[in-house]
Design a binder for this molecule. Structure first.
Ligand code: PMP
Length: 428
């Protein structure tokens, strides 16, 4: 494939945007080469500035669960835009989407909309601290909860790709309140709680981790966290920015039957527009301003275009009883296809999959936490990534990311992908 125009656009961008990108993982730093510039996208396909067509397995890092330029979302946004793009005043549609989200997701009475997953997680932690009157939080190595200060301690995603576990600019004062646990290691969490008795406000976790590749929770792990939180007066925060409205209508809480105290959303909930949200039962949400003392705000929060996109997306998912089964079946089919050809070509690998989240790790050992995820062979991943790109398949440009399956993918697309993996594996 030719990427002449993309390369030229990147060179221009680098002059005026740090690293040429507005979010680091886009920059191909982990895999080398220059990023692809997108011209447009429809359904399962991206069309780049050099007129290449790519089958997209990132889908805007999750939001496009029903495909790009999904008609109901596009129409809702156009219609709203004609009536004004922002007012900074309440609108009816905010209540409509809130009612729908509260109906779809278990264990929440109220929801507050923000503009990104980062904002959602940052606000959820402040609310947990305000509610419990305690300062410390527990997060898991390899989990990413956005780029706010408290979370940039062994974060996954781009922070792992670049090997920068702690960002300069995060103060020691902030870092000392974030305790780090090993994913899937409940004993480690229990020990941290014991050593910090009555000081921990919340445990925040990706109920299925997606920022160190896809890492499922081990049987019983989430339930143990639930029990530890309940018996120690700690709030359990599920960061469902990836899993929300993806693993089930009610997200990971519904899929695993575990109740979180606060749930964070992003990605799918905005249908591709900048939306995040956090939600909880009344007792907790009523601590938020203007009802309570915990302050949180946003000029563009609940923006009409964003709400219109989100409402159209959630309505489509809510009205389709088969969509999550279809997504699961497609992902399983892809898993089987890829595993078969990798094995036939003697490529050492482990594939993790939950619902429509899947990732390929180039190591034989089980991938259960950040340490095991980091053992994957990055040189193999780089060759795999570029090989697939050359075949017109676009996966995330980092081994620490999940592939997001969209319902717009056909079984033919999935077969094309397995064939491409077969071809690429022969030269790995
Ligand atoms: N939480 C999780 C689980 C995420 O995957 C992400 C982004 N990938 C975030 C939070 C942050 O969301 P945003 O990029 O919208 O700020």
């Amino acid at each position: 494939m030719i990427y002449k125009r993309s390369s030229a656009l990147f060179a221009e961008a680098e002059k005026v945007i740090p690293g040429g990108v507005n979010s680091p993982v886009r920059a191909f730093k982990g895999v080398g080469g220059t990023p692809i510039f997108v011209k447009e996208a429809k359904g399962a396909y991206l069309y780049d500035e050099d007129d290449n067509r790519l089958i997209d397995y990132i889908n805007s890092w999750g939001p496009m669960i029903l495909g790009h330029a999904f008609e109901p979302v596009v129409n809702a946004v156009i219609e709203k835009a004609r009536k004004g793009t922002s007012f900074g005043m309440p609108t009816e549609i905010e209540t409509e989407i809130a009612e729908l989200a509260v109906a779809m997701v278990p264990n929440i009475d109220k929801i507050r909309f923000v503009n990104s997953g980062t904002e959602a997680c940052m606000s959820a932690v402040r609310l947990a601290r305000g509610f419990t009157g305690k300062d410390k939080i527990i997060k898991f190595a390899g989990c990413y909860h956005g780029h706010s200060d408290s979370f940039l301690i062994q974060a996954g995603s781009g922070a792992s790709t670049f090997g920068v576990p702690n960002s300069p600019g995060v103060t020691q004062g902030t870092a000392k309140d974030t305790l780090l646990a090993r994913y899937n290691d409940a004993e480690h969490v229990a020990a941290l709680i014991e050593a910090n008795k009555d000081e921990i406000a919340c445990i925040i976790i990706e109920p299925v981790a997606g920022n160190m590749g896809c890492v499922p929770p081990k049987e019983g792990f989430l339930q143990t966290l639930r029990d530890l939180c309940t018996s120690n007066d700690i709030l359990l925060i599920f960061d469902e920015v990836m899993t929300g409205f993806r693993l089930a209508k009610g997200g990971a809480q519904a899929r695993f039957g575990i109740a979180a105290d606060i749930v964070c959303f992003g990605k799918v909930i905005g249908g591709g527009l900048p939306v995040g949200a956090f939600a909880a039962r009344n007792e907790i949400m009523n601590h938020l301003a203007p009802l309570g003392p915990v302050y949180q705000a946003g000029t563009l929060s609940g923006n009409p275009l964003a709400m219109a996109a989100g409402l159209a997306m959630l309505t489509s998912l809510n009205n389709d009883d088969e969509v999550f089964n279809r997504l699961e079946e497609k992902t399983k089919y892809l898993h089987t296809g890829i595993a078969k050809v990798l094995t036939e070509n003697n490529v050492t690998h482990t594939i993790n999959r939950v619902g429509s989240m899947i990732s390929v790790h180039f190591d034989a050992a089980e991938v259960v936490d950040f340490e095991s995820a980091a053992k994957g062979n990055n040189d193999t991943f780089k060759a795999f990534f570029h090989g697939l790109l050359n075949e017109g398949i676009y996966i995330a440009p980092s081994a620490f990311e999940t592939w997001f399956i969209t319902d717009a993918l056909t079984y033919e697309d999935l077969d094309v992908t397995s064939k491409a993996v077969d071809k690429v594996s022969k030269s790995l």
